[in-house]
Design a binder for this molecule. Structure first.
Ligand code: MN
Length: 367
């Protein structure tokens, strides 16, 4: 199968670093969008794609298994690195990968980067976003229109390197000559509608120039995040691949039933309030805070909120310190709502500080 590839990554207009990474190593193509404070995001996306780079799987039916296994290996490597280095704790990354195997593209996917197929001029999203807003849309609690520019659309529900067990979406797509496969990070799709992407892909025949135009358009629209796009053009297919006819993945679920406008508005309002509270790009899995767990000071993983019944946190470590006593000290009055931290390490230092202050105050009151 003859293919032609274009690729472009760009820091965008708002970020200090480019935490996206990409891999173009025929027959494997992948994008990764790293997340996590300090240098964590950078490290996570690069470790993940380094793991995939070593891919040397057999062609045929086993290739698919190997791709998913490699993503699982990437998960373990990112997780272990994060556990070994306090600065990197809580980092993670998305991965959207395609392996071109004869006439088929095997897709492996975790997170909110995307794979699209442009066929006969029509663009179709192949992957499902693993995001909170997508989940709410599926459950009928948010309309697809509300989800598109939702301030909290960056909250991912699944990422590589966050938990030991990982679900990897995988499916084959039968390729035809003339198909264009686009892999991209949310810095592109957050700025451009599917219609805008489709127009550029229809318009610009050269895959490299098409990637350049996608990135330029996303920057013109604001460039709020790092932007990465890989475009794989299928030029023709060899005879041998005719037999491997595999259908497209199932169509996206039908649009949710209409709920009352009041309910939708209320749901949207709650999500927006929480989003405004914690910032635009909140990765639940990469947030920490110090709060009150049954009267004790505790370190929580997540954000101190529950959105529409979804609890966005769990206790990572409890301490022997009394939350009631800590609350009485002026700097720690906020413990009831949760004192947010950038990392587990920072949360630990907050606890150390509380411990020091509590000790100080008890010395003061007794002595
Ligand atoms: Mn991104």
């Amino acid at each position: 199968m003859k293919i032609r590839v274009g690729v472009r990554t760009d820091i965008g207009r708002a970020r200090e670093r480019n935490e996206d990474a990409y891999l173009v190593r025929e027959p494997l193509f992948a994008v990764a969008d790293g997340m996590g404070g300090h240098r964590g995001g950078n490290v996570a996306s690069r470790i993940a794609l380094e793991t995939l780079r070593s891919f040397d799987g057999p062609p045929g039916p086993d290739a698919r298994k190997t791709l998913v296994e490699d993503i699982r290996t990437a998960n373990t490597r990112v997780l272990e690195r994060g556990e070994a280095d306090r600065d990197l704790r809580g980092m993670g990354t998305t991965i959207t990968a395609v392996l071109i195997d004869q006439g088929t593209a095997l897709v492996g996917h975790v997170g909110d980067s995307r794979a699209y197929l442009l066929r006969d001029g029509a663009l179709r999203q192949l992957t499902e976003d693993h995001t909170l807003v997508r989940q709410l849309v599926r459950e009928g609690r948010l309309s697809p229109e509300q989800a598109i520019r939702h301030p909290q659309r960056g909250v991912v529900t699944r990422a590589v390197g966050v938990e030991e067990h990982i679900d990897v979406d995988e499916f084959p797509v039968e390729l035809r000559p003339g198909d264009r496969l686009l892999l991209c990070t949310d810095g592109l799709t957050g700025m451009l509608s599917d219609e805008a992407i489709q127009e550029i892909l229809r318009d610009q025949e050269d895959p490299q120039l098409a990637c350049d135009r996608l990135v330029e358009a996303a920057n013109q629209a604001g460039g709020e995040d790092n932007i990465t796009a890989i475009l794989v053009d299928v030029l023709d297919r060899d005879e041998a691949t005719e037999a491997s006819a595999i259908s497209l993945p199932p169509a996206p679920p039908p649009a949710p039933k209409r709920r009352s406008i009041v309910l939708k508005a209320a749901a949207a309002a709650i999500v927006i309030i929480v989003a405004a509270w914690f910032g635009v790009r909140v990765y639940v899995n990469h947030q920490w805070y110090v709060g009150d767990s049954g009267g004790r000071v505790a370190i929580y993983h997540g954000v101190p909120a529950t959105i529409l019944g979804l609890k966005l946190h769990h206790v990572a470590r409890t301490t022997d310190l009394s939350a009631t006593e800590a609350r009485q000290l002026q700097p720690w009055a906020g413990i009831e709502e949760g004192i947010t931290a950038d990392s587990f390490g920072q949360a630990e230092s907050i606890v150390d500080q509380i411990r020091a202050d509590l000790t100080g105050s008890s010395i003061g009151s007794t002595g």
